[in-house]
Design a protein around this ligand. Structure first.
Ligand code: TPP
Ligand code: MG
Length: 346
């Protein structure tokens, strides 16, 4: 569904005006399904990045709400105020997409702390929700990553760190930007950094949804038991540029081809056919349903109303009453009665 959503987003003309930037979520998002869909409950948390569409849908947010958010519409998951990179939904424990890389990691650790606190301090014995943090290889060179691993391990938090290692941070290759963790290593493995903080680090083929599922299930079970965090490095690749603005000229055709051959969607389809899990017809039917659902989301988003003007400053200041736009269309602070953000004009 993520690939199909992307194609729609790229070709749909009216949407271009509402979202200034859009990170491309392509097949490298497949492993997200292996983690979220396969292992998490609604009361678990997910902290995302700017590639948050699949995280949102996998966690339970309806594709309609995700699409409407992309269109900047009032019916979007953040009422059109978040856009592509800032999906948030309290109901499904989606802690947000973050445009500043690494920002979401401590937020996820905070959610894991909440869960541990409720169980260990408040005595809520059946509270075993976990938090999964997703982020990229480039983000592992940001300070919050290390601070978060430290705190999560120190407090044995129910937290899973999932690195979407697609080998590149925009146009910077991972190998060029990152030091190896061991003297003998010729490649900078991220999973090895878990060891330095006393947590298991696992490398997994991020193009194999079943392997990802297996690793994720173990990490989630470990976290639920109260045995602490795990670092999972999913090796993956993006099949298009970093964003709509990226001409994608730096990655070699050989490298692209190497990963293209490992495209997880046809791989999974072959697996299902070979193992008698589904017939050609059933798979075609699934594809049809996905296309219909995406088309429905587009129609819904396109027909939805734009946010009201009064929303403009909401969630920007702590006191929207004082800072919003009054029914007469004027900024509230223009009212003579306005002093410190508490003018009552309505
Ligand atoms: C704190 C911060 N610094 C720089 C940027 C600019 N920036 C946007 S995306 C990106 C690359 C991130 O790469 P990676 O973590 O590997 O994620 P990917 O896009 O490959 O999924 C950078 C440096 C940013 N968004 N935030
Ligand atoms: Mg990357």
């Amino acid at each position: 569904m993520s690939s199909r959503l992307l194609d729609v987003r790229l070709t749909f003309p009216t949407s271009v005006v509402v979202v200034y930037s859009m990170s491309l979520i392509t097949d490298d998002g497949i492993f997200i399904t292996g983690v979220i869909k396969a292992c998490l409950r609604q009361d678990d948390y997910v902290s995302s990045t700017y590639r948050d569409h699949v995280h949102a849908i996998s966690k339970g947010v309806s594709p309609r709400k995700v699409m409407a958010e992309l269109f900047g519409k009032k019916t979007g998951v953040c009422r059109g105020q978040g856009g592509s990179m800032h999906m948030f939904d309290k109901e499904f424990g989606l802690l947000g997409g973050y445009a500043f890389i690494g920002e979401g990691i401590p937020v996820g650790v905070g959610a894991a702390f909440t869960s541990a606190y409720r169980r260990r301090v408040l005595g809520e014995e059946d509270c075993d929700s976990v938090a999964v943090n997703f982020f990229g290889d480039g983000t592992c060179n940001v300070g919050q990553f290390y601070e978060s691993l430290n705190m999560a391990s120190l407090y044995k938090l129910p937290c899973i760190f999932v690195v979407e290692n697609n080998k590149w941070a925009i146009g910077m290759s991972h190998a060029r930007a990152t030091a190896a963790s061991a003297v003998a290593d010729t490649e900078p493995w991220i999973y090895k950094k878990g060891n330095a903080f006393g947590m298991p680090g696992v490398h997994v083929d991020g193009m194999d949804v079943l392997k990802v599922r297996e690793v994720a299930m173990e990490a989630v079970a470990r976290a639920r038991r109260g045995d602490g965090p795990t670092l999972i490095e999913c090796e993956t690749y993006r099949f298009r540029g970093h964003s709509l603005a990226d001409p994608d000229e730096l990655r070699s055709p050989e490298e692209k081809e190497h990963y293209q051959k490992r495209d997880p969607i046809p791989r999974m389809r072959d697996y299902m056919l070979k193992n008698g899990l589904a017939t050609e017809d059933e798979i075609k039917q699934i594809e049809k349903e996905v296309i219909a659902e995406v088309d429905d989301s587009v129609e819904f988003a396109d027909e939805s109303p734009k946010p009201d003007m009064s929303q403009l400053l909401e969630n920007v200041f702590a006191d929207p009453k004082g800072f919003g736009i009054a029914p007469d269309g004027r900024y509230r602070y223009e009212h003579p009665g306005f002093t410190s953000g508490t003018a009552d004009i309505s």
